[in-house]
Design a protein around this ligand. Structure first.
Ligand code: PEP
Length: 255
């Protein structure tokens, strides 16, 4: 799977109902299932996961979760464990998204979630990203600390299940200040690779896939994925628009 580009659609708290969720997933699946060089993961709200799982037709387009608890059993009202996700066949989970961090999730929480999910065999997409960019380059220190703390204490045997998604908060969502330039993204890809190699060694650190996320659309996707040599993309708003997402997937596929 790892030689494929990984495109993750983060649906956040959408679509509004299961009927629309099924229709959107089916639309995306009809395109994604034809693409040999891409694995598509749709991170849907928990309540839709079981129904959407039934619509999967293979490994090219699968359903994932947007969060997971680090706790393994009750009492934790409202939480969903890694075992629960596994029990319905979900394999991928996003952890540490900036919208969860904004609600108080710390690097320590993220690290506990990463370990809990990886131990259960899930593939964990760990989001990191600075809030602002400054002229002095302080943001690189912020990212380094975020990566080191979010991946703290993870046993090396689980590294094959880790994906890092670089998502600068200033470039995400409707409140984005601007799109990241390919230069912004390339700089961080190189920097993140160095941080990962320093943490885990040449071979294992080089093997962790790094994705880009933040206002990806059909116009900028090619530059991010091919120009910046990202191993994939994390796509928010555009993943709910099948025609736009189709273009992004096709560009990532290289056809
Ligand atoms: C996201 O929230 O992870 C994201 C990348 O959103 P958008 O693509 O809408 O900026």
């Amino acid at each position: 799977m790892r030689d494929k580009k990984i495109i993750i659609g983060n649906w956040k708290m959408a679509p509004k109902n299961i009927r629309d969720a099924k229709a959107t997933f089916q639309n995306i699946r009809s395109i994604a299932s034809k693409l040999q060089n891409v694995q598509t993961v749709i991170a849907a709200p928990y309540v839709y996961l079981s129904e959407l799982k039934k619509l999967e037709t293979g490994h090219r387009c699968v359903v994932g979760a947007q969060d997971v608890s680090f706790e393994s059993d009750d009492p934790h009202t409202g939480e969903v464990s890694a075992d629960m996700l596994k029990s319905i066949g979900v394999q991928h989970v996003i952890v540490g998204h900036s919208e969860r961090r904004a609600k108080g999730e710390t690097n320590e929480d993220v690290s506990k979630k990463v370990i809990a999910a990886a131990k259960k065999g899930l593939i964990v997409v760990v989001c990191v990203g600075e809030l602002e960019r400054d002229e002095e380059g302080e943001y690189t220190l912020y990212i380094k600390e975020q990566v080191m703390q979010s991946l703290a204490d993870i046993p090396k045997k689980y590294l094959g299940q880790i994906i890092v998604a670089y998502e600068p908060v200033w470039a995400i969502g409707v409140k984005a200040k601007r799109e990241a330039t390919p230069e912004d993204v390339l700089e961080m890809r190189i920097f993140l690779r160095k941080v990962l190699i320093d943490m885990f060694g040449d071979r294992k650190g080089a093997a962790v896939p790094v994705l880009y996320g933040g206002s990806v659309n059909q116009k900028n996707a090619f530059a991010y994925i091919h120009g910046c040599e990202m191993q994939g993309l994390l796509v928010g708003r555009a993943s709910l628009k099948p025609a736009v997402f189709e273009k992004i997937l096709t560009l990532a596929n290289g056809s």
